[in-house]
Design a protein around this ligand. Structure first.
Ligand code: GLA
Length: 389
């Protein structure tokens, strides 16, 4: 179900700004990461969901090679040439669109510019992947506009490349896949070795609270990339000491880690333990969900956060506070940081009937401690990206 208010606002703004209607409109949601942190680029497993917040992208072909792109919330326009796309230092949002267009052009012919505008309701920098939603909405709309055929995994990879080459974050494929593969009322379970995903029903007794701590979400400042390098160093070590093939940390068990971690620098060893443990938790979580054991699943979310906090070092004081507070609130079944870390949001598993009381308790505790409430949004797993018209 699309948010008609935002869709109508975009249509109106588009017409007022460009003087005509768009030819195509697409929609792509943000995502929450429910279990499996920093496992995607280690070829492991993740439970995630597309969310009920997203971005619309409206576009029409333009004569000549110029692309005019408007951020509909700011009503700010930038322009660039479709034939010579370069990353820009200002107005960072344009880089996600530029990178996606560049990726599409490698899969087909971009023979002219476009007039495009995007508008959405994902809080920026909150860890809900507004950038992936922009890439995937751009990708669907412009692929349709230029008649370029790309399957979902190829489109996700185009978005990922835009992040790497145009935004400087060496992310995995989680955000893009979740935005594309989401289904209403279902989690997405993805195996990032094969990039195969499946919907997993979680029942009606589940929703999530996303608690934005409003603390800095510093993925492009290099912290994320450093963790990725540490994981790769760790995998390389295990490739040398284990007798079976190790392509990535996915191939290492916790038991093997415990025996063979000694020769690694302490920080590299502890970083590696996090995705290894997360993979084991996702697989166990799948079994618990099948049995309908939401409390058990929530417990794994708490464990996941502890692993981020202690082993991986990608949490922060505010996120730790939200998770520790959630642990004490009846009705909060599980909580953990969601996404890259270093700030942003914690995701809390609740029964919809408890959502309001748990949200109020979290806001008030956060407010007493930090002088302002955390921003809590109720998240329901929702349909993934699609063309609207
Ligand atoms: C960010 C990245 C994803 C993934 C998560 C952590 O959201 O974009 O690729 O690595 O962090 O799991």
């Amino acid at each position: 179900m699309i948010n008609e208010t935002i869709y109508n606002e975009l249509m109106q703004k588009y017409k007022d700004h460009f003087g005509f209607q768009p030819e195509v409109v697409s929609y792509a949601p943000g995502r929450i990461e429910v279990l499996g942190n920093h496992t995607d680029y280690n070829e492991g497993y993740v439970f995630s969901a597309a969310i009920n917040f997203g971005t619309f992208f409206a576009a029409r072909k333009a004569e000549g090679g110029t692309c005019r792109l408007v951020a509909g919330d700011l009503m700010k326009e930038v322009s660039f040439d479709a034939g010579s796309i370069e990353a820009s230092d200002s107005d960072g949002w344009q880089n996600y669109v530029k990178g996606t267009l560049a990726g599409l052009a490698e899969n087909g012919t971009v023979d002219c510019g476009f007039d495009g505008m995007f508008l959405g309701n994902i809080p920026l920098g909150s860890g809900l992947s507004s950038s992936a939603a922009l890439e995937m909405s751009t990708g669907l709309a412009l692929a349709k506009l230029y008649g370029i055929t790309v399957d979902p995994v190829a489109l996700a990879k185009i978005g990922q490349k835009a992040e790497h080459d145009y935004a400087g974050c060496n992310c995995g494929l989680l955000d893009q896949i979740s935005s594309l593969a989401g289904e209403s009322g279902k989690l997405v379970k993805t195996d990032f070795r094969t990039v195969e995903f499946e919907p997993v029903a979680i029942g009606d007794d589940v929703c999530f609270l996303m608690c934005n701590t409003l603390s800095k979400h510093a993925l492009v400042d290099g912290a994320y990339n450093k963790l990725r390098v540490a994981c790769e160093q760790c995998a390389e070590h295990f490739g040398k000491v284990l007798t079976h093939p190790v392509k990535s940390l996915r191939d290492v068990s916790m038991a093997e880690w415990a025996i063979y971690k000694q020769d690694l620098p302490e920080r590299v060893a502890s970083c590696g333990a996090h995705p290894i443990g997360e993979d084991e938790r996702v697989l166990l979580g799948a079994e618990l969900l099948e049995k309908g054991d939401l409390e058990g699943f929530g417990g794994l979310m708490f464990d996941s956060h502890e692993s981020s906090r202690v082993l991986f070092g990608n949490s922060c004081e505010e996120l730790d506070f939200v998770v520790a507070t959630a642990k004490k609130i009846p009705g909060a079944l599980g909580a953990r940081l969601s996404g890259g870390g270093f700030g942003g949001s914690a995701v809390v598993l609740v029964n919809p009937r408890d959502a309001e009381t748990v949200a109020a308790a979290l806001e008030s505790a956060f407010s007493s401690k930090y002088g302002h409430p955390c921003e809590v949004s109720v998240i329901t797993p929702s349909q993934g990206a699609h063309l609207v018209s």
